[in-house]
Design a protein around this ligand. Structure first.
Ligand code: GDP
Ligand code: MG
Length: 298
């Protein structure tokens, strides 16, 4: 019989800079875990997967949720709520060291509407006085707030992050191991990025082209100061005619591949992406082992 564990999907929401990425990194700790993976649906993409003996937590990105930077209108709350369907637990993060903004208050609106339990993480408590924390705890624990629990956290210092993990697992349903425990170890971020680009080629070109296509990430680096990642990738195809199709009339097709891939990559990497694509013909690339390896295939 299949061994039952606690497993499910978690979405981490909150304004930029509140510490979502830092928190996720802390939760995952030393475990080698992929940053992201192919989207399971057009709406959500896997950000990372936590697996231990008793549980598997799949953190997903719900793209719509990152967009509103200021107060959500009713429409946006609906859109956000819609995108959070199917999630088992929502982690809402606020920066406790800053004044609470209307955008933070949107989280309350969302918590009210969604079915899934919402855990409110008051992050960066290392920066605040105890009295302020008490004030915030009181403010957010009223009946109107609809939070399932409140956890003061310092993601940076790892304070209470174990509690966050416990509280997530507590609220997860029994379920299967959706992904093998070691899924992450043989997939590099570059490979995932190349798969994203390849996916767009599949989406946009005719049948014969994609199967002879591979994408190699030539360079991927974050610009100094952060906030933007430059990615250079080669698209290899087997015939000159395929190259023509992929580039398209006046480069239209390649432009479309690039812009679709960029949107997904930005969601995936949680960062602006500058993507440059080159199309190259490499006959019989599939027979070339060293190329295969550099593309991430075993
Ligand atoms: P995100 O945009 O929500 O993913 O936020 P990040 O995880 O990128 O964090 C934004 C900034 O806040 C970074 O400079 C972090 O080092 C910092 N930060 C995150 N968590 C904490 C915390 O608990 N305490 C302090 N002092 N800084 C934090
Ligand atoms: Mg982030």
């Amino acid at each position: 019989m299949e061994k039952k564990i606690k497993s499910g999907f978690v979405s981490v929401i909150g304004r930029p800079n509140v510490g979502k990425s830092t928190l996720i990194n802390q939760l995952l700790g030393e475990r080698i875990t992929i940053i992201s993976s192919k989207p399971q649906t057009t709406r959500n993409s896997i950000r990372c997967i936590y697996t231990d003996e008793k549980s598997q937590i799949i953190f997903i990105d719900t793209p719509g949720i990152h967009k509103p930077l200021s107060r959500l209108g009713e429409y946006m709350v609906n859109a956000a709520t819609e995108s959070l369907k199917g999630v088992d637990v929502i982690i809402a993060v606020i920066d406790a060291s800053l004044d609470i903004t209307p955008a933070d208050m949107d989280i309350i609106e969302i918590a009210k509407e969604v079915k899934a339990p919402v855990i409110l993480v008051l992050n960066k408590v290392d920066k605040i006085e105890k009295s302020r924390l008490e004030l915030l705890l009181t403010k957010f624990s009223t009946d109107e707030s609809h939070f399932d629990c409140l956890i003061p956290v310092s993601a940076k210092e790892g304070l209470n992050t174990n509690v966050v993990l416990e509280e997530i697992v507590k609220r997860m349903p029994e379920g299967p191991l959706y992904f093998p425990a070691d899924i992450t170890t043989d997939v590099t971020e570059r490979f995932v990025v190349s798969e994203f680009i390849r996916e767009k080629i599949l989406e946009l070109t005719s049948d014969e082209v994609p199967h002879g296509t591979a994408v190699e990430i030539e360079a991927m680096r974050e610009r100094e100061g952060g906030g933007i990642i430059d990615i250079e990738a080669n698209i290899y195809c087997e015939k000159d005619s395929h190259k023509g199709i992929i580039i398209g009339k006046q480069g239209k097709m390649l432009k479309e591949i690039g812009s679709r891939a960029r949107i997904d990559l930005e969601n995936l990497l949680d960062c602006k992406v500058n993507l440059q694509l080159w199309v190259k013909v490499r006959k019989n690339w599939r027979d070339n082992n060293s190329i295969l390896r550099s593309l991430g295939y075993k």
